[in-house]
Design a protein around this ligand. Structure first.
Ligand code: PA5
Length: 424
């Protein structure tokens, strides 16, 4: 059975999960389950109730072009942007900007996120806006999230109304009402695409354009991933097998905690995005594993000991980034120490990749289940492909668990309770 693939923008190796002697039983029995789960999922897509799967193919070109035009105009007229959003209206776009923008770009057109409702975040946002002509983007699918609206309302007196852009539901919600009333520039999040599945809609695309990125390539990457996945039979589809592995290691292999650990600081927010996607989609009916984001190599110096020798209840996924143009350590001009000669001439890509592989080997020596994504380059296409892959896998895992992956009753309840207690 094939368990490693070169897919558009990335490769994936699931072999160590299957070959682990203490793993669950994988066998052909799952062939049938894969096919019925796929049918159930495709039915949700066909019914139009779940829109993320068709979106990269169906997204209206004129709307994408309008996003690019508005963003370009704002980049010209303003000195930076404040983006306000939380959860799915923050994690995906912020992760994309962090992954793809070079420090010089952040300096040339800074984008600051207000993604939490607390005094320190408000102070930082205010400080960012002070003395700078900034555009403001408010993102909220529902248009009614207290944290987002309270931050926005608090700061609104100091914001330039001319530079407001709202990204929200096409019809419902407070933000949609305000956008209409004040004729603010606005973009729609399709009604059938929920927050954590929305990174490839205006939620992720508009901030990316604003950051000067070729955001349409995110969609291109997703389209390529979709065509590639559709060539596989259900029992051989890499996204479904990834979902199956996560599901079986949770339900049969007792690995209730599953780490995703990129070896690049600018990819850590991608792991945070992964956490929300899987936690909110599957954490229902007392089921679902706990996804955790970690960062290599930093977390090798904090959690690795636990991963290797602590309770055997974790899966560890790696993301390796093979950047071709990486800084080289080089011969030091001072403090040259012969005992560290082995470091000279290596690039920082080599250090990160070798560290991640050494760590994976060490975990495997202890029979800790691992797997690996590899990004041969970091581009908008790579990210689009990765986002889409994870969304399909997570949605498919919902079918394996028999859980509806597309609502979030637990989140909604706390939103309502907060609103009620503020009203009281
Ligand atoms: O995935 C979800 O639906 C949620 O996590 C939302 O993204 C989060 O609650 C923010 O909601 P909204 O975009 O409506 O402000």
């Amino acid at each position: 059975m094939k368990l490693s693939w070169d897919l558009p923008g990335l490769s994936l190796n699931l072999e160590p999960l299957w070959k682990n002697p203490s793993g669950p039983s994988w066998q052909a029995a799952y062939g049938g389950l894969m096919a019925t789960s796929e049918q159930a999922l495709l039915e949700k897509f066909r019914s139009g109730k779940v829109g993320f799967y068709d979106w990269p193919k169906d997204s209206p070109l004129e709307e994408i072009e309008r996003m690019a035009i508005v963003a370009k105009k704002l980049r010209k007229e303003f000195q930076g942007a404040l983006c306000i959003g939380i959860g799915g209206s923050f994690l995906g776009p912020a992760a994309t900007l962090d992954a793809l923008r070079a420090p010089e770009e952040q300096e040339a057109f800074p984008i600051h996120w207000l993604s939490n409702a607390d005094s320190s975040s408000i102070r930082k946002a205010k400080h960012f806006s002070k003395g700078r002509k900034i555009a403001t983007v408010v993102l909220s699918k529902s248009g009614g999230t207290t944290e987002t609206l309270s931050g926005f309302f608090h700061l609104s007196s100091q914001l330039k109304e001319k530079g407001f852009v709202v990204v929200t539901d096409p019809k419902s919600g407070e933000l949609r009402r305000l956008a209409k009333k004040y004729a603010w520039e606005n973009f729609e999040v399709p009604a059938n695409i929920g927050g954590r599945f929305s990174v490839l809609t205006a939620v992720g695309l508009f901030p990316s354009f604003l950051g000067g990125l070729p955001a349409e390539e995110l969609l291109e990457g997703a389209r390529e991933m979709r065509s590639s996945l559709e060539r596989f039979a259900p029992a051989e589809n890499p996204a479904y097998l990834y979902a199956l592995a996560s599901f079986l290691w949770d339900t049969e292999g007792d690995c209730k905690i599953q780490y995703l650990m990129p070896y690049a600081t600018n990819l850590k927010p991608i792991a945070d995005w992964y956490v929300q996607l899987w936690a909110e989609s599957l954490g229902k009916e007392k089921r679902g594993f706990t996804p955790v984001a970690a960062l290599g190599t930093s977390d090798q110096h904090s959690v690795l000991q636990l991963l290797k020798e602590g309770p055997r209840d974790k899966v560890v996924g790696f993301i390796e980034l093979d950047e071709k143009e990486a800084p080289t350590i080089g011969e030091p001009s001072f403090a040259a120490d012969p005992s560290f000669k082995f470091l000279y001439s290596h690039t920082f890509t080599e250090i990160a990749v070798k560290a991640s592989r050494a760590t994976e080997q060490s975990l495997r020596n202890s029979e800790v289940p691992t797997y690996r994504f590899r990004f041969p380059a970091l581009t908008a296409k790579t990210l689009g492909a990765f986002f889409f892959f994870q969304e399909v896998a997570c949605a498919f895992a919902g079918e394996l668990y028999g859980i509806h992956a597309f609502d979030q009753p637990g989140v909604e309840e706390s939103k309502k309770l907060l609103e009620a207690s503020l009203k009281a």
